[in-house]
Design a protein around this ligand. Structure first.
Ligand code: XUL
Length: 544
């Protein structure tokens, strides 16, 4: 069947899978697919896409990502859309970095369409075979060094949008520069996960977008240019060459897709590659925000995203370049204990079953008597690890042990969910310089895998005191956002992104999921100070 319509492809290389979404010119999804790393590529021995090596070192093999591309594109090639895809963009898990060896850069220049990408890049394509990813938190030493170099965490935050974070790429590069000099020397290009995808598709080094470069601790958050003194501090004078290009702050065509993909998969030779962005920025793009909206993404990581006009930084939130408006910003909170942690406690307290989990959550009354902090993995905000439970403000040394076991399970589950949302509310209020439930925020747009659970979303709505909405079409936010960017790249010379998506009737594409119980909201509001006090006790005693 020969199609005449134009299509746009969004790819999302996330922690657990590589997803793709194809949309038509009316932004309707016509095709979706995903390669799941754990299920489809077990030979790389990851756990949910990542490998933990101990000592907070977490990596993923870039060859696994390459092979996932081979698999996903060979399936896409069998659809009628492939030859009419006019633009490709997408997203990558933020901060992860890929170290290209000389061989890899040569292979890209002369890709052989008779072979898969993985066949050509295996054995020496990458100088480092395990890429550090966002779950890594092993670079505290390098973080403190960088902050000391500029005069403190708040100064670094003012310069780059964030204080030093373990997962931010500059600190990861600094560790490699200090401890793995040979591999560093053998590295010709360093790309992020997002620009790794553009590089593969272009067959030459692809630039980072400014939103992504905001996650490195090395870019000037206002000018969107590398800060040379920070590059040199993290990776020596040679880092500038390894990064190659300045960040890009306008979505526009970087060049046509490499002929490899035209010959092997039947892509259109006019198909243009746009810069890829981060998964969180692409999610923001996908949600078509209006004033008073914030996005809560409940995925492998939980994030809260807002669009901001002014560049005000804090040392517990991130300020990043906005993916479609170079004069604006994206404010972000990021939690490492997201869906994997919820699943872990579901397994312990709810017999591995979400229905049991939800029953326990709804049947357990919310009370200020119990409070819990569930940092199963090293948390990002706050920087803490371990499980801490309080009964009437007293730290317990058990898990609410009581006669009735199901009561204990219910309290843990309620505390787990409430405490994450209370943390989001406390910090979002600080980030927005006021209260979130007095007009500043009017709606939460929920996305990510766990947004399928409406019982959890009800608690979110109650904690914030505002309604929660979801997109009617699926929860593949980042790859859909990537597909919109793929189209926008072809139009960005003439119209704004908002104009392009204006045609999507906002209220028609969103569905109201829950309204807050305002009595509960007042109750949560009264608990915020106590929440902060107990969290400080945990941090003083056990934080690093
Ligand atoms: C954001 C972050 C995570 C990853 C997950 O700073 O580290 O949300 O982007 O893919």
């Amino acid at each position: 069947m020969a199609l005449t319509e134009k299509y746009f492809l969004g790819l999302d290389l996330s922690t657990q899978q590589l997803k793709c979404t194809v949309i038509n010119d009316n932004h309707i999804i016509v095709y979706e697919d995903a390669v799941n790393f754990g299920r489809d590529l077990p030979e790389y021995h990851t756990n949910n896409g990542a490998i933990s090596h101990g000592n907070d070192v977490v990596t993923s093999p870039p060859l696994m990502w390459v092979q996932a591309m081979d698999m996903l594109l060979s399936r896409l090639a069998k659809t009628p859309y492939v030859s009419n895809i006019m633009g490709i963009s997408g997203a990558g898990q933020q901060h992860g970095s890929v170290y290209w060896a000389e061989k890899g850069t040569h292979v890209l220049k002369q890709l052989d369409f008779n072979k898969t990408l993985v066949e050509q890049l295996t054995d020496g394509g990458f100088a480092i075979e395990q890429s550090p990813i966002w779950q890594d938190s092993s670079t505290s030493v390098q973080c403190r060094q960088l902050e000391a170099f500029v005069g403190g965490p708040d100064i670094l935050a003012q310069m780059t949008g964030s204080k030093a974070y373990e997962r931010f790429t500059g600190n990861q590069i600094a560790k490699i520069h200090q401890y793995h000099q040979d591999q560093y020397k053998n590295t010709v290009w360093i790309t992020l996960v997002s620009s790794f995808m553009t590089t593969l598709l272009l067959g030459k080094l692809g630039p980072m977008d400014a939103a992504e470069a905001s996650g490195t601790n090395m870019m000037d958050i206002r000018k969107h240019r590398w800060l040379d003194q920070l590059l040199e501090f993290c990776g020596g004078k040679e880092l500038r060459d390894k990064l190659g290009l300045q960040p890009i702050d306008i979505v526009h065509p970087l060049g046509p897709i490499n002929t490899y993909y035209v010959q092997r998969y039947g892509f259109n030779s006019d198909c243009q590659i746009m810069p890829f962005t981060g998964d969180n920025s692409a999610t923001l793009v996908s949600m078509n925000l209006r004033h008073g909206d914030c996005v809560v993404s409940l995925g492998t990581s939980d994030t809260v995203l807002v669009s901001l006009k002014k560049a005000e930084t804090t040392t517990e939130s991130h300020l990043m370049a906005h993916p479609t408006d170079s004069s604006a910003f994206m404010g972000m909170l990021c939690y490492k204990n997201g869906s994997l942690t919820r699943q872990h406690f579901r397994d312990i307290y709810a017999e591995h079953d979400w229905d049991t989990f939800n029953d326990l959550l709804t049947s357990t009354p919310s009370t200020s008597q119990y409070m819990g902090f569930y940092y199963w993995m090293q948390e990002i905000i706050p920087f803490a690890k371990g499980i801490y439970r309080f009964n009437n403000g007293e730290l317990l040394d058990d898990d609410f042990t009581m006669d009735n076991n199901s009561k204990k399970s219910g309290i843990n589950i309620r505390c787990l969910i409430e405490s994450q949302f209370l943390s989001m509310r406390v910090r979002l209020e600080r980030m927005m310089g006021g209260t979130t439930n007095q007009g500043q925020l009017q709606r939460i747009l929920a996305t990510g895998g766990a947004s399928a659970n409406h019982t959890i979303l009800q608690v979110l709505s109650d904690v914030f005191g505002i309604p929660v909405y979801k997109k009617k079409e699926g929860s593949n936010g980042a790859s859909f956002g990537g597909a919109l960017l793929a189209k926008y790249g072809l139009l960005s010379d003439t119209i704004s992104f908002d104009d392009m998506v204006h045609q999507d009737d906002d209220d028609g594409s969103l569905q109201l999921i829950c309204e807050p119980n305002l009595l509960m909201t007042s109750d949560y509001s009264r608990r915020l100070d106590e929440y902060t006090r107990l969290e400080n006790i945990v941090l003083e005693k056990y934080g690093l």
